[in-house]
Design a binder for this molecule. Structure first.
Ligand SMILES: [Zn+2]
Length: 213
């Protein structure tokens, strides 16, 4: 399969550690056989039963990640795929926190004692910087009075995909769980309002700052 290349001909990559987190999370949600079926359908046979090592080497392309997400939809239909991607995203945060939490300082007491909205903004900044630093994903954050706007200026989740409606549910799930954790168990309205797969310039995920409950 020809994987979509970056516009300038170079490939963009995720580090093994982050891909490992995605595959572990996916396995928790859909079982080993489910993950292998998705990987086979995406023609990623080299990842079948061979989870990447826990290091920062950038070895998995955005094209491979996009193909993985597309296969999820092909196997389970858009609705089923969406639910699995959201749940996988939520599980990703849990694994990610274990890997990155200590280095980011977001488990520190000083962070935990910040007021909620401050904590959401600081947490989002630190989280976004993690992707900017360790992967080729590019995150840009904007805060308004009511919302945090998380732009994936360069997004691996939908890389190479063409969809009618926004499809970066993995990223939405990760942010939902991050907010749940940051707020000590509250749920927030998180949705993707624009997506590169639909022809938009960037993938935009909107986070309403007022909790639903
Ligand atoms: Zn996207």
């Amino acid at each position: 399969m020809d994987l979509p290349a970056a516009p300038n001909g170079t490939e963009y990559y995720y580090p093994n550690k982050m891909v490992r987190i995605i595959l572990l999370a996916m396995e928790e949600v859909m079982g080993r056989n489910g993950v292998n079926a998705v990987l086979n359908l995406a023609r990623l046979k080299h990842l079948v039963n061979s989870i990447p090592p826990n290091n920062f080497d950038r070895q998995v392309t955005f094209g491979e990640l996009g193909a993985m997400m597309r296969s999820l939809d092909e196997m389970y239909g858009p609705r089923g795929g969406r639910g699995l991607a959201l749940r996988t995203g939520r599980a990703c945060f849990k694994y990610g926190l274990k890997e990155f939490g200590p280095v980011l300082g977001i488990a520190d007491l000083a962070f935990r004692l910040l007021p909620l909205h401050r904590k959401m903004k600081v947490g989002a900044d630190v989280f976004g910087e993690t992707f900017n630093k360790y992967s080729d994903q590019v995150v840009r954050l904007v805060e308004t009075e009511d919302r945090l706007i998380w732009d994936n200026v360069r997004c691996p989740v939908c890389w190479g995909r063409h969809t009618e409606t926004p499809c970066c549910f993995l990223a939405v799930g990760v942010l939902q769980e991050a907010l749940y954790w940051v707020s000590g168990g509250k749920n927030f309205d998180v949705y993707e309002s624009a997506c590169v797969a639909c022809g938009d310039e960037v993938c935009t995920i909107v986070i309403e700052k007022t909790p639903l409950d």
